[in-house]
Design a binder for this molecule. Structure first.
Ligand SMILES: *[C@@H]1O[C@H](CO)[C@@H](O)[C@H](O)[C@H]1NC(C)=O
Ligand SMILES: *[C@@H]1O[C@H](CO)[C@@H](O)[C@H](O)[C@H]1NC(C)=O
Ligand SMILES: *[C@@H]1O[C@H](CO)[C@@H](O)[C@H](O)[C@H]1NC(C)=O
Ligand SMILES: *[C@@H]1O[C@H](CO)[C@@H](O)[C@H](O)[C@H]1NC(C)=O
Length: 193
C-alpha cells in the first residue's frame, strides 16, 4: 500500500519535472509574439548564401524566444533587449506600425545589410531605450525622422550606405551620449563633441 502510494507520488512528481520546462520560458509572451510577427512582415531571401547571417527561419514559436538566433534578453526580466539580425535576407519595408515597435525594451538593434527599401518610420523614436541603432546598407530612403532625437540613450548610430535625402535632423544634436555616427549624408548641421 505504502509502496504503491509512493509509486503514484513519485511518478506524478517526475511528470511535473518533465512538463515544467515549457512553463519556464524566460521570454515574455508579448515579446515572443512581437518577434514572430516582425519576422513574418518580411519576405526572406538570401542574397548570397555564403555570407548569410542570422537566420530567422530557425526561430520556433513554441520555444523560448530568448534562445532564438539573434535575440538577447534581460536575464532577470525576460524582456528582449537585443535584436541582431544583420545579413538576414529580410526584404520589405519597415511599417509605421511594425511589430518591431512593440519591443519597447530594445537597447541594441542591428538590421545591417537587409533590404528594407522604404522610409525609416517616425515610430523608431518610440524605442526609447536604444543605445545602438544599426541600419546601414538597408536601402532606406527619404528623410531621416527627427524622432531619432527622442532616443536619449543612443551612443551608436549607423545609417551608412543608405539612400536618405536631406540632412541629419537637428534633434540628433540633443543626444549627448552619442559618440559614434556613421552616415552617408553630411554632418554639417551639428557636431559630436
Ligand atoms: C507556430 O509555428 C507553426 C509552424 O512553425 C505554425 O504552423 C503555427 O501557426 C505557429 N503559431 C503561431 C501562433 O504563430
Ligand atoms: C498596420 O496598420 C494597418 C492599418 O492601418 C494594418 O492593415 C496592418 O495590418 C498593420 N500592421 C501591423 C504589423 O500591425
Ligand atoms: C530590394 O527590395 C526592392 C523592393 O522590394 C527590390 O526591388 C530589390 O530587387 C531588392 N533588392 C535586392 C538586392 O534584393
Ligand atoms: C519624439 O520626437 C518627435 C519629433 O521630434 C516629437 O514631436 C515628439 O514629441 C517626441 N516624443 C517624445 C515622447 O519625446
Amino acid at each position: 500500500m505504502i509502496w504503491s502510494l509512493c509509486l503514484i507520488f513519485c511518478l506524478s512528481n517526475s511528470m511535473l519535472v518533465i512538463a515544467s520546462p515549457a512553463k519556464h520560458h524566460l521570454c515574455l509572451p508579448d515579446q515572443r509574439d512581437a518577434l514572430w510577427e516582425f519576422k513574418n512582415e518580411f519576405f526572406v531571401q538570401e542574397f548570397d548564401p555564403s555570407i548569410f547571417g542570422t537566420r530567422t527561419e530557425k526561430w520556433r514559436n513554441n520555444t523560448d524566444c530568448c534562445t532564438w538566433d539573434g535575440i538577447s534578453c534581460d536575464p532577470k526580466t525576460g524582456k528582449v533587449v537585443g535584436l541582431y539580425l544583420m545579413l538576414s535576407g529580410l526584404n520589405g519595408p519597415l511599417g509605421f506600425n511594425s511589430s518591431l515597435f512593440r519591443l519597447q525594451h530594445l537597447q541594441f538593434l542591428d538590421l545591417t545589410s537587409n533590404n528594407l527599401s522604404g522610409i525609416l518610420p517616425v515610430s523608431i523614436g518610440n524605442l526609447k531605450y536604444l543605445m545602438e541603432l544599426r541600419l546601414g546598407g538597408c536601402h532606406l530612403f527619404g528623410k531621416i525622422p527627427s524622432s531619432l532625437g527622442n532616443l536619449t540613450y543612443l551612443t551608436n548610430l549607423d545609417l551608412a550606405v543608405s539612400d536618405f535625402t536631406g540632412e541629419l535632423p537637428d534633434s540628433i544634436g540633443r543626444l549627448n551620449k552619442l559618440t559614434r555616427v556613421a552616415s552617408s549624408i553630411s554632418h554639417t548641421q551639428w557636431e559630436i563633441s
